[in-house]
Design a protein around this ligand. Structure first.
Ligand code: PSV
Ligand code: MN
Ligand code: MN
Length: 395
């Protein structure tokens, strides 16, 4: 095994979502966990633990409405993260919970909704400057539910104008990522429904806007690695939201349903690096919020699965693949991928982890640490003392 295979893991820094440590559920209700985070400080403590155990998650993504209190100095939030050895990663504006956004944010026909949304986007950008975060991640719930509800082209143009105002607020070191999603909550037409729509918007904005691929945001059987390959080739891939899905935006842990797909996506990234000599500048972020697995274990599982599949994809014999491809040998070409996918990388991962001073088996190390029991007792006590019912502690 070459050193470059192992050192390719250094390029995979994974960002943890603050919201992945809190109680979550489905639209039918939530199932609560005694150890779930009560507040942002808890979320950072848990994310810090995942980083300590895995050695590869130095940043945490924040949702502005859920992690920053009104009137609070954002520097306090950054300091709370630093206490656990973390930096604030991507800033996620919230353009979907205010009553004003009933018919959308940037796409709404209501000028008051649009101007509130732009103001929020600009505020998030300013907040990013204060906490030294370079990524603003936009996801829009915008769309319509019935044919004829609104003018689709007018909505597109409203989006262009609002995104432009937010783009103009970026400092030279900041970037804007535009996430797409085919449906939910809108069920007839979603304004930024696929990678092409996101691409068109970003291209018009300028070089600091890039596409964000959430692995759960595609129709069944869509070829995600092809989307990734195209975006890489156009230098338009800005980041990922990692999760897995069986049906729609299920937000399950990565690789739980189809690890081969994640492997194929990673293989495209390694292919790009092999060709250009460097890994692309991509934000690798987790966006999962399953409600039954213990939060921290689920996060460690996703992180270690990502590393495992990344390493397997780095093992693809690119020379052999190229040879098979140009000679039209389809069977051998596929076999090159399968061989790498089927390689047991446990020992390699252990070697990399040892070199970083972390345990060879992060999940086992976490279970032995006693952290789960500690937070369960602490949070149960704090909830009791403060009279907090979990129903009232959303996100
Ligand atoms: C929307 O489904 C999404 O994927 C966006 O990234 C949000 O920021 C996130 O989930 C959490 O609601
Ligand atoms: Mn997402
Ligand atoms: Mn989603």
């Amino acid at each position: 095994m070459s050193n470059s295979v192992l050192s390719s893991l250094d390029a995979l820094k994974i960002e943890l979502p603050s919201w992945g440590f809190a109680d979550t559920g489905t639209r039918f209700g939530k199932f609560f966990q005694a150890a779930s985070a009560i507040d942002t400080a808890d979320k950072f403590a848990d994310a810090g633990m995942v980083n300590k155990i895995t050695g590869c998650c130095p940043t945490v993504a924040v949702h502005v409405l859920w992690d920053f209190q009104k009137g609070q100095d954002p520097k306090e939030v950054a300091a709370a993260a630093e206490k656990h050895g973390l930096k604030i990663g991507s800033i996620n504006p919230n353009l979907f919970q205010d009553q004003l956004y009933k018919t959308g944010s940037f796409g709404s026909a209501d000028p008051a909704a649009r101007s509130a949304a732009v103001q929020h986007g600009v505020e998030c950008t300013e907040l990013g400057k204060v906490v030294e975060s370079n990524t603003i991640t936009y996801w829009f719930a915008d769309g319509t539910n019935y044919p004829g509800q609104d003018d689709i082209r007018a909505r597109k143009r409203r989006f262009e104008a609002c995104l432009k105002s937010c783009y103009e607020a970026l400092s030279p070191s900041q970037k804007m990522l535009v996430e797409y999603k085919p449906f939910e909550p809108a069920f007839y037409q979603t304004d930024i429904a696929d990678w092409g729509m996101s691409y068109v918007m970003c291209k018009k904005l300028g070089p600091q806007a890039k596409v964000l691929v959430d692995t759960g945001h595609h129709y069944q059987s869509q070829n995600i690695e092809q989307i990734v390959a195209w975006l890489l080739d156009e230098e338009m891939l800005g980041g990922f939201h990692f999760n897995d899905r069986r049906y729609a935006d299920d937000d399950l842990t990565l690789g739980s349903i189809d690890p081969y797909q994640i492997f194929r996506i990673f293989s495209e990234i390694h292919g790009y690096a092999a060709e250009t000599g460097e890994y692309p500048e991509i934000d690798y972020m987790i966006d999962q919020s399953h409600n039954l697995k213990p939060k921290i274990e689920a996060m460690i599982q996703t992180v270690t699965t990502a590393q495992e599949l990344w390493l397997k994809a780095a093992l693809v014999d690119r020379e052999a693949l190229h040879k098979a491809q140009i000679s039209g040998n389809i069977v051998d070409a596929e076999a090159v991928l399968k061989k790498a996918f089927n390689t047991d990388v446990t020992a390699m991962l252990a070697e990399w982890r040892e070199s970083k001073g972390v345990a060879a088996d992060p999940l086992a190390a976490y279970r032995e640490s006693g952290y789960a029991e500690e937070i369960e007792a602490d949070r149960t006590r704090r909830r009791k003392e403060a009279g907090i019912t979990q129903e009232s502690s959303y996100a």
